[in-house]
Design a protein around this ligand. Sequence first.
Ligand code: ZN
Length: 673
Amino acid sequence: MKRSLFLFASLLSLAACQNNPNPSKNIMAIQGIDSSIKPGNNFFMYVNHIWYDTAQIPPTQAGVGSYMFMNYPQRLRLQGILDSVSRASNAPGSIEQKVGDFYASGMDTATINKLGYDPIKPLLARINNIRDIVSLMKFVAGEAKEGNNSVLAFGVGPDNKNSDLNIAQIYQTGIGLPERDYYFKTDPSSTGIQQAYRTYIANLFQLTGSDTATATKDADIVYNIEKQIASSHKTNIELRDINANYNKMSMAELAKRQPNIGWPNVLNDLGAKTDSIDVAQPAYYDKLNADLKSIPINDWKIYLQAHSINTYADVLSKPFVDAAFEFNKVLSGQAVQKSRGEIMANNVDRSLGQALGQLYVKKYFSEAAKKRALELVNNLEQALAARIDKLDWMSDSTKQKAKEKLFAMTKKIGYPDKWRDYSNVTIVKGNYFDNVVSAAAGDYQYQLAKLNKRVDRTEWFTTPSTVTAYNNPSANEIVFPAAILQPPYFDNNADDALNYGGIGMVIGHEMTHTFDDQGAQFDKFGNVKNWWTAEDYKKFKAKTQQVVDLYNTFTVLDTVHVKGAMTLGENTADIGGVSIAYDAFKMTKEGRDTTKVDGVYTPDQRFFISIAKIWRVKMKDQFLRLWINNNPHSPPMWRVNGPLMNTTPFYKAFNVQPGDSMYLPQKDRIHIW
Ligand SMILES: [Zn+2]
């Protein structure tokens, strides 16, 4: 099932990989370097070119390598757990029973295919019964409680200005393409995606009984409503403005401002008791308020049909799954569908992630790894504090505040101290659709229970089995799930050079988010509050502008460039992450040495090679375009070459000279943190 993701714009989507086949060796030999490439011309390719030329993108993936594509071997691990737990006899209500039966029900494609779209017929009948705006919004609110989001995206999260309190929040939503610009671009790649999307919607209508002509006409209606909605959406760059996306309003004010939405009824139907709400993007709801009146109710009903069928397309029979895949293929370039087992491993992780996570951690995560990772985090923290002391552009008073914030940061490693309770989720064998709805409804109730309550700072916003890491500015915390603590990011048996250039860089990256263009606006308690002197903040802004300008110059595909403003936070974190990890590495015994550890590379060289390996990815052009438009990170090559161009020790380690493509004169190298 598809859900809108709203919280945590600064989430870092990373990725996983295979276990090191030879973990007993402390000094692992580095292989596969292409010495025909000068390191200073393209360090990413110097390290990865031989791999890049030979790596095959599996037809079931849009790319291959580390980073998010590590989730392939990761899914195999989860599938192994699920295959075995689904065959065992488990105590009713236990997490084993829930994840096992959820998985088994989704693997039972014979039953799913036999049902066709029967499971959503009651839902389509409810849409058919909509008579006016009031009954339309009642339907919308009711469905939102089961994870079927259409024009309303409601959530609960910390108040940006009072980070101990969870408040009601609403966000822009209502479109089916990845973001607003997809509706307005006229280049061939974008128009191809627009057409594929219309075809997909028409297919969904045909699969639920419409003839071809009606389906095509209705798909146009849906697309045109979405295009109108998209015109009110903020761009990904505008969404980075913390203050512009915080608009706490009283319910009375909102009800008056947008009378057609009928907020008192909507909130009541959502079960949300609150007298205020943070309207993240008011322009969207203003537009919805107007559109509810100006667009005929029958057109809205067609729109809601499309969104509802789409929400459940991957839970229904094969023709629906295939239709959704055909559209996804155009968007991502992935040629062939993943196996059902892999899809289901992903879906269990999405629906019951902390239950599956418990089983994953038991099998794949060691306390020794947790201890070593914490040691690295603490060393990085010391390194960053020392760097702050030495900054030449910041006053002592701001330095003091920055260090206070750094040392107040919470570090979460591996898995949550307290696991989520799934007792209100009912899972049975043989009814996949109901299982998915029950998990989504349980998720909604879990969110709702937090409304106007104190923030639980032990909560996790990702699952332990996801290869990722994140910085949550409103809790001033950094989080590293178990799944990222594996090669190439981390190997408890590897030397410090590889680990500091691997997970060390990731840790430094997450720490720097605390001080990137967004993070710097939050204080040590997680409130949006200025702790800078005016002069220091001005200098900081000028430095972040240098980052925007530099990354804007990076060309990715033909005329496609990195979007400097959209990727600013991540690029700042990459530049800072490398420097902090390097300084922490220099505090270790290996880091202080200069002898070639394996007879080939110095410790410093191994450190930088490790950085190039953790972002080693090859992907389809379609996926790269999608990435550039929607991913706040730079593409992998620029996550390596971008920061290293600004890292003087890298110049020394690989003798980078004027004339080399990556060379920047000392005065142009960006140093923020
Ligand atoms: Zn990040």
